[in-house]
Write a protein of this length. Sequence first.
Lengths: 348, 391
Amino acid sequence: MVGRRLARLISVACVALASSARAGGFDPAIEAVSERVVRLFGLKAGLSAGYGSGVLVSDDGLVVTVISLLLDAERLRVVTPDGTTYGADILARDREKQLALLRLKPLSQYDRRGRRVQGAAVGAGQFKYFEPGDSRALHPGDWVIAGGNPFKVAQGDERISTSVGVFSTRTELDARRKTREFPFRGEILIIDTVTSTPGSPGGALVNLDGAWVGLIGRLVVSNRTHTNLNYAVPVETVDAFVRSALDPDGSAQAAADVIAEPFHGIKLFELGYQKKLVYVDGVKRRSPARRAGVKKDDLIVSIGGKSVSDIVSFKEVMRRRSPGDKVKLVVIRDEEIKTMTIELEEAE
Amino acid sequence: MHSRGGLIVCLTLVAAWVEIAAASPVRDEAFEIARMRQTLFHEAVDRVVPCVVRIDTIGGAQPRVAGEVAPPEEEEDDGSPPPDLTPFRDDLGSKFLVADGPTAGLIFDADGWILTSSFNFVREPAHITVHLTDGRDYVAELVARDRVRKLALLKIDATGLETPEWVPRAEIKVGQRTIALGRGFGGDTPAVTVGIVSALNRMAGNAIQTDAKLSPANYGGPLIDLRGRILGICVPMAQRPGELAGVEFYDAGIGFAVPFERVTEIVADLKEGISFDRGWLGVSINTRARNECQIRAVADPSPVRGLGIRRGDVIAQANGRELRNIQNLRQAIYMVPAGEVVQIIIRRDDLEYGYEVVLARNTELGALVNNEPPPIDPDKPFTVPKKLPWK
């Protein structure tokens, strides 16, 4: 009995000793992200700051990052957490997802006397790297830790910058850069720590356990809120890109997978410029919409719980649906809300 | 027994040592506390989610950019004063684009009254719908807005709605945890941001301040405590008038929420359809006057016209605040809506006079005049020449 009590006392003392050195509780996650995020230095032009971040995804030097102008540098430099500088080749780019995969390589440099000096070698088992975690398990309010090199604060073998926030929500990205629409339209993770800073994109987002859940996305402005977004691309999307990049046959198949709008039979009131309210101009005979009870002049406000404010968003939401889906449609008819269910069919 | 105890001591020691010596950091009690706090966030959010609605607005245009004047139509000299003599134009206070996506609101009482931010209706939408957490949709009526406190009240045809618990202002402490909920990003669940109460009694006592990231994504949504009780309604605010003033602070760690006491004062009027607008004195200030707030002209009619105040008089104080320029004046009255009283002290010939003035809406103000004011006419609007005991 005495022994057990003593044992508890000692173990508490030991834990207290450990925690006095590492307060906060975020240290395992910070450690994990600091050891696996690299700093990129490349082309500085236009919107590109010339520096950024990347995440190590293999022990032999595969790095995933976001597409940016800096990658177009003649000599792209990658600095690993221990401060070693490498070169890198771009293995793959995905314009739609705005992701790029790099492979580290030795960077030969010239010393002061103009002699060529061989850079550090790259080999298997050399780097700590992230296995993909599970972003779907994130719950709004979960702690998240973002790691990257905002404003290129970290120099030499200094640690990257990390910040703590919470996961806000998962939503579809609908954003722009300056005046151009941002091509990536998949799901993203909104976070409440500020990562919309130069140098942060390409960094890693981890949860409290230090598991990798996302890749900090490029600087964009939301088309919904018109604010700069602090967000990460879910790790599942990043992992799918890495896999397809390493397996070209698979990626070709993915590219062939064209998304078409399923058949609903709703004709919308369209007049050239598309940012128009979603008024029904007509309903095709013997169509799913006719059966559901959609009528001319109905104003469609939501599809399957997603609000649609204009014809573009109507088409977006419909494209994500498949034939056979039963979708709840909310319309306004004569100042009243009407709800109906429409069963989508195969497009002709 | 004794030897077993010793064994446990040894094992624990070894285990603890291994834990410390291991290269990966220890998941110590600080880690467990962080994890527990995360659970508290979930529970607080879950408690209030049934009371947070998604508001969709349909139609309406982006508002006119601040200070931008509509191009003049065919101008004819009809004797009206040139435009610069009618400067009582309300601008939005920002060039920010108003949100295009959904916004958030909070069920205020069970009979379908929804409290939200006036920010969400600057576009003057043609239709407003409210989506409840349980999946029901309603067409909503915008009953009234408070453009000063940036609140708005919607009515939907529903009864028996779940209502949240509010925190009395006396219980709100600086430093306590806050969680803000919004629907601006769409998605199936409210977006969550976390912070603390930074200050109380901000914006002339109308708001509490938080460092939780507030933006058009959560204006109109609630700021809650760790028990899921409502601390306030998130709104954009800055120390100047304008319906969009404060939006530029978004995500900067400077956010405001209107607490319960203030909301209840306002809601009764809002339910009656009474809107609150920015209050105006109806004076133009001579911006060339150094270090004093000197009147250049007075509008007729206006709240101060009937007082005998004229060009050259100096507004020395407003609501107890010393005035040195027009910005000081704006800051002193930006939180007082039309219809409410401001105490001003007027200086003329080194004598000071105190008045209580009821502020007017800009639409009630006449053109600026420079001539001597007429004698006090008790039948004219705004004539409340109540002299304060002022030595």
